[in-house]
Design a binder for this molecule. Structure first.
Ligand code: 3PG
Length: 215
């Protein structure tokens, strides 16, 4: 069975980091705001170095990797120090690569067929992406009955205004997004703004409901 991602706060900041020198001040700003689990997307050449530096220099933070498209991405992220992974889509070999490493892994799904494949791989934590464009809360509600074992992390187009409606769904274990650390704020080094955004998000989200503590 693939390890579960367990969270105290049901939020995943999705980060795009262009310069690995930004990684540690960014991670510390999010942690000061109450978010000590974060996802660095493998979308920039700096991403793996950023993961490594957060792991080494900000050990209070749990760092994971996102945009893991191939089994090689999963292994590189793990070697850099990521202890969980997200992907925008579902590739069975990436799920298997993560399972072989003992890495919690959350592949992306949008359809009943994809959810079925993920559950058959014993992978019940799923990223619902791109959430707002693909039916949002209504779609996740419709998945609840046929897919009682699936737990979702909706991501894509979500901000403070939509957060509460997603977190009210019993089949949602977290909400992901870049609104907690917008790419332009990272580029400008606006660490205190990011700390405030994180704190606001934590306040709006509240603690993880006890029925969802184990993912
Ligand atoms: C992701 O990769 O999960 C998304 O790009 C994050 O979506 P958002 O930027 O719309 O929050």
């Amino acid at each position: 069975m693939i390890p579960r991602l367990t969270l105290d706060v049901p939020l995943i900041p999705v980060l795009v980091i262009d310069d690995e020198a930004w990684a540690v001040p960014l991670a510390r700003a999010l942690a000061r705001g109450g978010l000590n689990t974060l996802e660095v997307t493998l979308r920039t050449p700096a991403a793996l170095g950023a993961i490594r530096r957060i792991r080494e220099e900000a050990p209070q933070v749990r760092v994971g990797a996102g945009t893991l498209l191939t089994p090689e991405d999963v292994r590189s992220a793990w070697s850099a120090g990521a202890r969980f992974g997200f992907a925008p889509g579902l590739v069975p070999d990436t799920v298997r690569a993560a399972r072989d490493l003992g890495m919690a892994f959350v592949p992306g799904v949008l359809t009943p067929s994809e959810i079925s494949v993920a559950l058959a791989l014993d992978c019940p934590q799923l990223k619902f992406f791109p959430a707002e464009a693909a039916g949002g809360v209504a779609m996740l509600k419709a998945f609840a009955s046929p897919f009682g074992a699936a737990r979702f992390c909706p991501t894509g187009g979500i901000g403070p205004a939509q957060l509460g409606a997603y977190l009210a769904l019993p089949n949602v274990f977290a909400v992901g997004g870049s609104w907690m650390a917008p790419p332009e704020a990272i580029r400008r080094g606006e660490w205190s703004r990011i700390e405030d955004l994180a704190r606001d998000a934590v306040r709006s989200a509240g603690p993880m409901p006890s029925d969802r503590l184990n993912g």
